[in-house]
Design a protein around this ligand. Sequence first.
Ligand SMILES: *[C@@H]1O[C@H](CO)[C@@H](O)[C@H](O)[C@H]1NC(C)=O
Ligand SMILES: *[C@@H]1O[C@H](CO)[C@@H](O)[C@H](O)[C@H]1NC(C)=O
Ligand SMILES: *[C@@H]1O[C@H](CO)[C@@H](O)[C@H](O)[C@H]1NC(C)=O
Ligand SMILES: *[C@@H]1O[C@H](CO)[C@@H](O)[C@H](O)[C@H]1NC(C)=O
Ligand SMILES: [Zn+2]
Length: 498
Amino acid sequence: MAHKWNIFAILLCALAVNGQTSAKTSGPRNLIFMISDGFGVASEALARSYTQQTTGYPSNWGSALDSILVGLTRTRSNDTLVTDSAAGATAFSCAQKSFNGGIGISADGRPCGTVLEAAKRKGYVTGLVTTARISHATPAAFAAHAADRNMEDLIAQQMVGIGLNSSANGRGSVDLMFGGGQCYFLPKSNKAGCRSDDVDLWQTAQSQGFTTLNNRQQFDSLAFDAPLPVLALFAPSHMAYEIDRNPAEQPSLSEMTAKALSLLRSASANVPADHPGFMVMIEGARIDMAGHDNDPATHLHDILEYWKTINVVRNFISLNPSTLLVSTSDHETGGLTLGIEPEYAWYPSVLKPVQRSAEVICKELHRMTSRAQLDRHIAGVVMPQYLGITDGSAAEVSTVSEAIQSGFKACKRAVGHVVSARARIGWTTSGHTGADVGLYAYGNGSEAMRGSMDNTQVGGFLASYLGVDLDSATKELTNLSTFQKDFEKKRRHKHEHP
Ligand SMILES: *[C@@H]1O[C@H](CO)[C@@H](O)[C@H](O)[C@H]1NC(C)=O
Ligand SMILES: *[C@@H]1O[C@H](CO)[C@@H](O)[C@H](O)[C@H]1NC(C)=O
Ligand SMILES: *[C@@H]1O[C@H](CO)[C@@H](O)[C@H](O)[C@H]1NC(C)=O
Ligand SMILES: *[C@@H]1O[C@H](CO)[C@@H](O)[C@H](O)[C@H]1NC(C)=O
Ligand SMILES: [Zn+2]
């Protein structure tokens, strides 16, 4: 018995030594961390069943995510069982629970060093890719520190390095940013700007060496080995939902990801063999926003695009095997469920003919000037053309028409509920829930992620995979102010989305 244990101990020792040497000498290692914002396990089942039914795949077919499921992530924040995206992303980026609304700060309000900042300091090339504004909660929590997620003037500033000395090059910690939200980089005096001051961050970024782009043509002509840093923001605010996206105007999440991975690999390639690789966070941001609107077809199409992105990443990993993919969600949104009593059924095919998001539909309805015109447009255009409903009832028309009197949000939910009721899809809330979410991992090191993990443990795992020290990144932030000047005054006419 004693003999056996000795051999076991020797084996363990050998493994440990081996692991250490190979971590030092195995060449660049890359981390691709993906966040499907507001995507619960019912969302995965929705998209899976939809795909089976509309393509004729067998009933045991699984998605690109299904085949790499490793566990569940628990999502609570410091101050509540139902997190928001700011605290949710901070749990991943700092491996600490913040309060709802907190961006890259601890529960006690102090800035916390993030895995992206620590990676940058260690020599990794870094990136953020999202379909939301780049200064929105999820990407912000990796590269900024703010007492409130709505301090987007401050957040955008920090993302190009102003006020943050966290990297030697004086331009912040992020080498590549792809997403929406150019308006927070433009001064108040600019028609396209939404800042409350006259700071021109677009110009600041350029003077710090960033290549800046803001349209599809520039994206297409950006070489796959173009030098970093690059700041590419393709919409004034969030990018379009996938269901509405005009491919001539904006790239998709999968297209942005393919180009980002190529740029990051190329920027981290021309270095000694033992040099770190890259770390990137990629967010399917608007899966969540469609959940807030209880808009199932829009939710679906952003999920299908996220799956496509997962495939892009998996292909990248097959060519670059020293890369780890981790994909999870910050929280569930909508309390989405499949099936409403008394039936034991739900109907994916109802989602197939839907052509537009409730957001775009309600913007159009908002322009109608009379109730009669509104009813006519809903019955004659919205139902048959946008939602594919040819037998719409007077009751369905009037719920939408009445909802719009109570505002834009109510309109979006009413449109979403018309489709959901027919598909027998249920929603409990227009906010988030405290349910666990799926945890997915693939590639080098993924075997170590298994089971039920707290969101902060996921963050801790990311840091240890990269071999970075979050505490020393935190120390460098000691004197950073996390408050935006005159914030309370400004926040009144901002913000939409919790
Ligand atoms: C919240 O933060 C406070 C202060 O840091 C801490 O004492 C408490 O344990 C935290 N609670 C949770 C649930 O994380
Ligand atoms: C994966 O990482 C380990 C170190 O953790 C390394 O020894 C191994 O070579 C890597 N595998 C590949 C395929 O890169
Ligand atoms: C913070 O400020 C104090 C006082 O000005 C200074 O001594 C210290 O070096 C600063 N720390 C960092 C990390 O910048
Ligand atoms: C960053 O460095 C500059 C100049 O070295 C200094 O004035 C500023 O206070 C520093 N900021 C922080 C947050 O440490
Ligand atoms: Zn949300």
